[in-house]
Design a protein around this ligand. Structure first.
Ligand code: PLP
Length: 412
């Protein structure tokens, strides 16, 4: 509850979390409307338009379903509809979110085998290829990956994973979490041969939290007809009985209106332009961070249980240059400094909200979310403010990161 004596900072909060993200005013306004009968043809037309818009952005003409709940619901629906109790699935470890998807799969009764990775570099595709080639009996029923690990700012090469599955002539389904990559980094459902893609509303889509979606290949839909895990609310077969889809119970009308406007904005700009804008902001952010750190790059190994090695200076967590995320950058602070104290200063003193370190990264990193409804002045303002907060928190850094970011933006 708000304290009446609290002095509220003037101006808009600069919100640079990697989800939820900034919500455009027109999206908020689209939801500001009276209640409406969700069974009318008029509403069905809006719902149909959101399906069309999402499929266009996902680059698929296969199946799509929306759920009136956050990303965890689409995670659960994906698992519950294509697998049976005791099925073995191969999870490629990315970090915090692959850990939680794994936990959910285990709770549902699946056997999860993990390809482990250093969170700084991500999974070795050669190891994935080798494991699939070994599995002559095709015991592995699914290969699962979080495309962009929001906790680390590392994006995995989906085409290489698809190739590893194909080279092994392996029939496993390919399930991809696109929650923090959709509508900010390239993704092509059909061309990549993805079977199930899971997405959420509150990141690249610039919508409020509370909607998620699943794109489903024909192969995955066929698998769902024989998959044995118990399901009710999330049962795809019940949802596809009506065109474009049925929601169990009351349809989330207001969320659909918000999504409709968010998709209008997305396609007005053009998905390729949206991706290019995110690439610019990712590069600008990284230029600033590299400048602050003055070239620091330590040998650190990160897993769920441990962080080994010392951090001598500010540096980007992801060290694989080909896997840098354009939606979020995780930044190490040097040993002996607290990333959360710096975040607190940024928020309390300057009204800038940044993401915290998750799991073993708590206090060790802060995360700059540069996705969604964002432009150059916002980006530069946030980077300048981070520099102020680093100074106020006494974290050693080289001044002038904003100028480095400006170089990138003006060259783009
Ligand atoms: N997967 C990824 C990559 C995420 O970033 C998140 C949330 O941040 C989730 C899954 C879970 O989504 P939700 O919080 O909407 O349930």
């Amino acid at each position: 509850m708000r304290n009446d004596n609290e002095v509220r900072p003037r101006g808009r909060q600069f919100y640079f979390n990697p989800g939820p993200t900034n919500i455009p005013d027109s999206v908020l306004q689209a939801m500001h409307r009276p209640a409406e009968d969700f069974l009318t043809d008029a509403f069905k037309a809006v719902l149909r338009r959101t399906h069309t818009g999402l499929k266009k952005a996902l680059r698929t003409d296969q199946h799509l379903l929306l759920f009136g709940a956050n990303g965890h619901s689409a995670w659960e629906a994906a698992l519950a509809n294509v697998f049976s109790t005791g099925d073995k699935i191969l999870m490629l470890e990315t970090g915090y979110f692959s850990y939680h998807w794994t936990k959910m799969a285990q709770d549902l009764g699946l056997e999860v085998e993990t390809i482990w990775a250093n969170w700084r570099t991500g999974v070795s595709i050669a190891e994935v290829a080798e494991r699939l080639a070994q599995d002559k009996a095709h015991e592995i029923k699914g290969v699962l990956i979080v495309h962009n690990e929001t906790a680390t700012g590392l994006v995995h090469p989906l085409a290489e994973i698809r190739k590893a599955i194909d080279d092994a002539k392996h029939p496993a389904l390919f399930l991809v979490d696109t929650i923090s990559s959709f509508a900010s980094m390239p993704f092509d459902f059909d061309a990549l041969g993805v079977d199930v893609a899971v997405g959420g509303s509150q990141k690249g889509l610039m919508m409020i939290t509370g909607l998620s979606f699943t794109a489903i290949s024909k192969k995955a839909m066929a698998a769902s007809k024989v998959a044995g895990l118990r399901r009710s609310f999330f049962d795809w077969s019940a949802m596809v009985t009506v065109d474009p889809q049925r929601f169990p119970g009351t349809s989330p009308v207001h969320l659909i209106y918000g999504l409709d406007e968010a998709l209008r904005l997305l396609h007005e700009e053009g998905v390729d332009n949206v991706v290019a804008r995110h690439a610019r902001f990712g590069a600008a952010t990284r230029a600033a961070v590299r400048h602050w750190g003055g070239g620091a790059r330590d040998d650190i190994s990160i897993s769920w249980d441990a962080l080994q090695g010392s951090v001598s200076g500010i540096q980007i967590l992801c060290t694989d240059e080909s896997r840098l995320s354009d939606s979020v950058t995780a930044v190490f602070v040097p040993d002996g400094h607290d990333a959360n104290e710096m975040r607190r200063i940024a928020l309390d003193r300057y009204n800038l909200s940044l993401g915290q370190g998750l799991g073993p990264l708590a206090g060790r990193v802060f995360r700059i979310g540069h996705l969604g409804d964002m432009n150059e002045p916002m980006m530069l303002g946030a980077l300048a403010t981070i520099e102020l907060a680093l100074k106020a928190a006494g974290i050693p850094h080289r001044q002038g990161g904003v100028a480095a970011a400006m170089e990138v933006l003006s060259a783009a």
